[in-house]
Design a protein around this ligand. Structure first.
Ligand code: NOJ
Length: 751
């Protein structure tokens, strides 16, 4: 039976009318039994893919029965119109009230047409393009019947060992907050009920990116200053952008699992930030509170989670198995259940699911929308902007378009799956343009020879399987060396396979995996004229390459159009403009490494031969490449940094700087403003990003760029989570990365 009582088919009744929706939710809830309400709080993974550990024996079989009883509010991992339709039909036509399911899916960087991995997209620093990329993902995924994406992941991370840095926006909370907003807006659009938008999820609340030693799912123990100033800002920004859902996290935060954390979910998120949407748990994170040593059994886990504000249970089965008896025994108040169900139903109404539970299920649209050329054009555009030029000695790049013998080397150069990166559950393997294809198809007449070189992976695993790296078989190096000998230029595509980063893919070494370093050095011996194109989902430690290789291009995992984008940068038709969203360490011993650190009492530089300083005896403190860094085929110069301090009269400080293109070709520069609050009641970082602007400049052209600083930029969170702006002096640094030395200072007096 289709539930009719709560329908609004009036096209002029936008599903944004909160009062109306609240009334509809209340009227529907008055018809629901306790079990049906709890059913709305229950989410199962579908019958296709698993994006977490497989459920225990027998649980899978219950799903169908529960769907028919109306004991399931949401499914994940069901995609494609036919599949979604089949499951939705059971909920709508066979359950007593016919409440539609909300279908969730990890649409992380595209559905079938794949954008660069989120870390790479962030390297573009182009918020408009990032928003458009989320819009495209929403359009494709919604055409496949999906209503809700578990993205954006807004976890800040300072640890490149953590495999999930590929999924986020890097190490900085200011940039991370703007990217979070752009992605939420892109997914959700202006009207959630439109069939081409998705509800978004800000995840994983909170602290997940600070897993100790970069090991996924590990304990997180951070101070309040870091929590409020580094971890939480992108989540708050997502709320400001009206994100509809939050996902909590697997980790324990300062002794309390995030899933059972009342302070995070109820006090901060729902009360202080006034978040009106719902919180979904992560995969079995309710049940995992038992292994954490927090809940003694499933009953306690369900009680803690719901009390703390986790509204929907993903795949732990504890809500559906325990909540009714917890309510009946008076251990959980029905008010908590009602609050959770209201939040969930509200989002379903906003999505328009009660108007038409099948509105996302249109096979014709599915065929027409998915994989359109315009999406590929858009992805190509963003992929170019995501590339970061790390080194370019003697202008080895751009490559000449004719008369060159190019030796292209490396298994990754021909791989058509790896460039898609991780979290591509719906995309087809072998669907990306490889570097080999990109170069061969390019409008250039060079002679290209390709050598696979040493084997990188010994298996092509699926999303859920571990990838095996070849660490022993050096066959292929000799052929690579031979082909390099005869070449004018060698292009080596090395790095991580796309499935070597992502969830559950933490690493203790950030060196080039397998025998790639050995091959790089062997090739260098015979021909040092090498362009190293890196494919990777996180910062790598590439000291040797930085010292020896003349040109290094950070090309991440750029998605469906990877090879075309890389070719366009190598040949110089696109002048690289990307900037790093994470510091690249010199060695893993420096991790956690981040530009916005706090000064110690004994900051570097130390005096010669002195030891009592905050440094290492075997490494410098500096990163190999700093946050915000990236070169261009032209050069930019910054001058005339001026400050117009109107804080006393108007509550703002105006900053302007001149940027000049001093090179020979046009280019795009991202000017970055960093602020240091010199003395504060809670110590502040040595510098923090507080503004950036992109400018396009012709050769010789100068543009003046302006920034405005108000209390929103000048303050910080104290240890109670209160925003404070304090009197005192501030320093501004302006330039093309986080090490710029162009500096001005000003004072403010706060009354
Ligand atoms: C676990 C991951 O942590 C989360 O990000 C993802 O959305 C869920 N699995 C569902 O696939």
């Amino acid at each position: 039976m289709v539930f009719a009582g709560a329908c609004s088919s009036d096209p002029n009744t936008p599903n944004k009318n909160t009062d109306l929706i609240d009334a509809k939710v209340d009227s529907l809830m008055s018809l629901m039994t306790l079990e049906e309400k709890i059913g709305q709080m229950n989410q199962y993974s579908g019958f296709m893919d698993f994006t977490g550990p497989r459920p225990k024996e027998g649980q899978q079989a219950k799903k169908l029965e529960h769907l028919k009883k109306g004991w399931v509010g949401s499914m994940l991992n069901v995609h494609g119109v036919e599949n979604v339709m089949a499951v939705q039909k059971i909920a709508v036509e066979e359950s007593r009230l016919g409440i539609p399911l909300i279908m969730g899916f990890d649409v992380i960087h595209g559905y079938k047409t794949i954008s660069p991995i989120p870390l790479a997209e962030t390297a573009s620093w182009n918020l408009e393009a990032i928003q458009k990329s989320a819009e495209m993902a929403a359009e494709e995924a919604s055409a496949a019947g999906i209503h809700w994406t578990f993205a954006p992941m807004v976890d800040i991370s300072r640890d490149a060992r953590w495999g999930r840095v590929m999924e986020g926006a890097g190490e900085d909370p200011y940039l991370g907050s703007l990217v979070a907003k752009a992605r939420v807006k892109g997914f959700q659009g202006d009207d959630l009920s439109a069939p081409n938008t998705l509800a978004a999820t800000a995840k994983h609340f909170a602290g997940y990116g600070f897993a100790e030693s970069g090991k996924d799912y590990n304990t997180v123990d951070i101070g309040t200053s870091t929590l409020h100033n580094m971890v939480n800002p992108p989540f708050k920004a997502a709320v400001e952008a009206d994100v509809k859902t939050f996902m909590n996290a697997f980790n324990v935060l300062n002794g309390i699992p995030a899933t059972g954390n009342k302070y995070l979910q109820r006090d901060l998120l729902k009360n202080q930030w006034d978040f009106k949407g719902f919180v979904v748990s992560d995969w079995d994170s309710v049940g995992e509170m038992i292994a954490h040593g927090f809940a003694k059994d499933g009953r306690a886990a369900a009680k803690y989670a719901v009390s703390a504000g986790s509204d929907m249970d993903m795949e732990s089965y504890h809500y559906i198995e325990q909540l009714a008896s917890l309510v009946e025994d008076g251990e959980v108040s029905e008010d908590l259940i009602n609050d959770a169900v209201k939040r969930i139903l509200k989002v379903k109404f906003e999505l328009g699911l009660f108007d038409n539970p099948y509105q996302y299920c249109d096979e014709k649209r599915e065929k027409e929308v998915i994989g359109q050329q315009k999406f590929h054009d858009q992805v190509f555009d963003l992929a170019k902007q995501s590339i970061v030029l790390l080194k370019n000695e003697n202008n080895l790049l751009p490559l000449k378009k004719s008369g060159q013998k190019i030796a292209l080397i490396g298994e990754l150069a021909a791989d058509k799956t790896s460039p898609l990166g991780n979290w591509i559950i719906a995309a087809e393997d072998n669907s990306a343009v490889s570097v080999l294809e990109g170069l061969e198809k390019y409008d250039a007449t060079n002679e290209i020879t390709f050598e696979n070189g040493v084997k990188l992976v010994t298996s092509q695993p699926t999303f859920a399987q571990e990838l095996k790296i070849n660490n022993t078989d050096s066959a292929g190096i000799a052929e690579a060396v031979a082909s390099a000998k005869n070449a004018d230029v060698v292009v080596m595509v090395l790095g991580e396979h796309g499935r070597q980063s992502g969830e559950g893919r933490s690493r203790t070494s950030l060196d080039l995996p397998g025998l790639q370093q050995q091959m790089l050095e062997a090739v260098y011996e015979v021909n040092p004229n090498i362009v190293l194109v890196l494919n990777n989902g996180r910062p790598l430690t590439i000291n040797w390459a930085d010292k020896h290789i003349p040109a290094i291009v950070e090309a991440w995992q750029l998605g469906s159009q990877a090879g075309n984008a890389i070719a366009s940068v190598l040949y110089g038709d696109y002048n690289p403009s990307g900037k790093l969203p994470m510091s690249f360490p010199k060695n893993v011993g420096q991790i956690p490494l981040y530009y916005n650190y706090k000064s110690t009492g004994r900051p570097a530089p130390k005096g010669e031969n002195e030891v009592f300083w905050s440094t290492y005896i075997d490494s410098s403190n500096d990163p190999l490449y700093p946050f915000g860094y990236g070169l261009s085929y032209t050069n930019f110069d910054y001058k005339n940094l001026t400050i117009d301090n109107r804080y006393k009269e108007e509550g703002k400080v105006l900053v302007s700087v001149e940027v000049q293109n001093t090179g020979k070709r046009e280019g795009i520069e991202t000017a970055q403003l960093y602020l240091q609050d010199e003395y504060a009641s809670v110590t502040r970082p040595v510098r923090e990003l507080k503004g950036f602007k992109q400018v396009e400049l012709a050769p010789g052209e100068i543009k003046t760029i302006e920034f405005e600083l108000t209390n929103a930029e000048l303050g910080f969170y104290d240890n109670d989570g209160e925003w404070l702006v304090e009197s005192g002096s501030f320093h501004i640094y302006l330039g093309g990365d986080s090490t710029s030395q162009l500096k001005q200072s000003f004072q403010i007096t706060v009354k």
